[in-house]
Design a protein around this ligand. Structure first.
Ligand SMILES: Cc1cc2nc3c(=O)[nH]c(=O)nc-3n(C[C@H](O)[C@H](O)[C@H](O)COP(=O)(O)O)c2cc1C
Length: 202
């Protein structure tokens, strides 16, 4: 697949077929992910794949909880939240055969000293986010859909995802990526802003 095709066809997919993803495809996604740039060459990322039914169900519930918290945070009226909640659970939104949770290990450091704590933390997150983008583009090539879930970072939920992944408090969750074969048509979303609004040459 041409790079442009992968970039232009990637879009957030939130509904998936009930069809298993071969393990070799999951491996291929993570192989693409770890080719991303990584600040200071740290490679302090960890990709935890949730494939068994029990853990997937628990993670799904945490995603749903996070989405409801998000709807509240953006001040949606209670009735609307109830409708969205019902739709989410009934339609199987965010239910995927595979979830990849991406973490960083905060202990792995290149720069000693507290003054560098924050920049290194941010670099680690940025590196993991670049890895996630590689994973998402590779998924397009394999006919798979993905969506970045950020709501699992809300306090209380992040810790539960970490525990589910069997990782200790040195790890920080960057994002959860549901992966599966898209259900229905995949139509890339248009951008609201034109290139001229966001592009500046100096
Ligand atoms: C850091 C980050 C966090 C996101 N968190 C969520 C999320 O929690 N739930 C969700 O449905 N989509 C989430 N998204 C997906 C965005 O809503 C989506 O990328 C955006 O609407 C643009 O649509 P597109 O990806 O189809 O181009 C997230 C995206 C990013 C980059």
């Amino acid at each position: 697949m041409e790079l442009d095709d992968a970039i232009l066809n990637r879009t957030s997919v939130r509904y998936f077929e009930e069809k298993n993803v071969p393990e070799e495809h999951v491996r291929a996604l993570v192989e693409a992910a770890v080719r991303a740039p990584t600040a200071s060459g740290l490679e302090n990322w960890k990709f935890v794949v949730f494939m068994s039914e029990n853990v997937r169900e628990r993670l799904y519930n945490l995603i749903a909880e996070g989405m409801i918290r998000y709807y509240r945070a953006v001040n949606l009226p209670d009735e609307k939240i109830e409708k969205l909640k019902k739709r989410m659970y009934e339609s199987g939104m965010y239910r995927a055969p595979v979830y990849v949770a991406v973490f960083i290990d905060r202990r792995v450091r290149f720069l000693p000293g507290e003054e560098f704590d924050e920049p290194e933390f941010i670099w680690s997150i940025e590196s993991a986010a670049m890895a996630i983008q590689n994973l998402m583009l590779k998924a397009v090539e394999l006919g798979l859909g993905t969506v970045y879930i950020g709501v699992t970072n809300f306090p209380g939920i992040e810790e539960e995802v970490r525990e589910l992944a069997g990782l200790d408090g040195n790890h920080y969750l960057v994002g959860v990526i549901p992966v599966g074969y898209p259900k229905g048509e995949v139509k890339p979303r248009k951008r609201r802003k034109t290139l001229d609004e966001v592009l500046v040459f100096i």
